[in-house]
Design a protein around this ligand. Sequence first.
Ligand SMILES: Cc1ncc(COP(=O)(O)O)c(C=O)c1O
Length: 368
Amino acid sequence: MMEEIPVIDLNKQYLSIRGELEGVLSRIFAKGSFILGEEVAAFEREFAEYCGVSHAVGVASGTEALQLALMACGIGKNDEVIVPAHTAVATVSAVEASGARPILVDIDPVRLTLDPALFSQAISPQTRAVIPVHLYGCSVNMDPVLQIAWEKNVLVVEDCSQAHGALYRNRKAGAWGDIAAFSFYPTKNLGAFGDGGAVVTSNRGLAEKVRLLRQYGWREHYVSSVRGMNSRLDELQAGVLRVKLKHLDKWNLRRRQLADLYFERLKKTDLILPAQPDESNHVFHQFVVRHPRRDALMRFLRGRGIHSLIHYPVPIHLQPAYADLGYVSGSLPNTEAASREVLSLPIYPELSEEKVHKICEAVFDFFG
Ligand SMILES: Cc1ncc(COP(=O)(O)O)c(C=O)c1O
């Protein structure tokens, strides 16, 4: 029987840390405190330290982390937020949940992240923030983004959902902007056993606002000082994340080694391989290759038992729900080309070198 190669294997990761997890989870079960307790507080301290910022606030998902970050900045109705068009739909839905209007801009065709020049052109009197998305694990070219944002008085809200531990000029993703959002969706480089997210910032006032907003605006229980929502990280997820955070650097290093193997073996093919800018330390949440015959390659690999994914197959501005944003086919050409050509090959810390070789051999066979 043909051995399947999945895009991720969370069971293998679980088995590698099972003992540590069981200890933590049974301690939390026995304690009987499940919402915003000591585990969440400890995780917030540890994650802030990891990111090199002063504050982290645990929330219910990455989407809500973005929404709460925007709300804490006072962004809402009649405001515009600039977002790269090539991202998870969550980035755009979070902007709309805050009440603001998302303005989609095209991407740099090499890095596949926000094009700073197009960001600059998209700024209007209503623009309050920009969301650089550190897509696939590689940081956005932050210097020009920060420079433009500073000159034009635009807040920078980083979307770090795919970039836990990624560096830009030796500082972590999440430590560059005014405020940043992380997702702990199970498949992320740092993933919970369910939904989870965090807002990080070195601005104490913003952190306090997020803390209020995540629980009905309560400073004290049952008294709302501002209108808030329910977006809490729970104790079990915080306990899991505390265990996994200790392994994150080792896991990211392993992703890097597997990526190096892909680079070495695939460099002679026609595939366009991921950009590796000098100032960024890519953490390879995804290993994304590009080719005009992407769909045929994906089918060919599937025939060999190799799974792959497309991040993302339909640009947000061409999805039915977003037709009223006013973009047409051809309006964001780099994003549209990326959607037609990108393919995410399997990459996760527990993947063996042997399997990477197998995937590369299959790619060679496809190109003949
Ligand atoms: C770039 C990006 N932003 C935001 C999110 C939203 O995170 P969550 O699924 O935790 O709401 C994700 C995760 O899917 C993401 O990849």
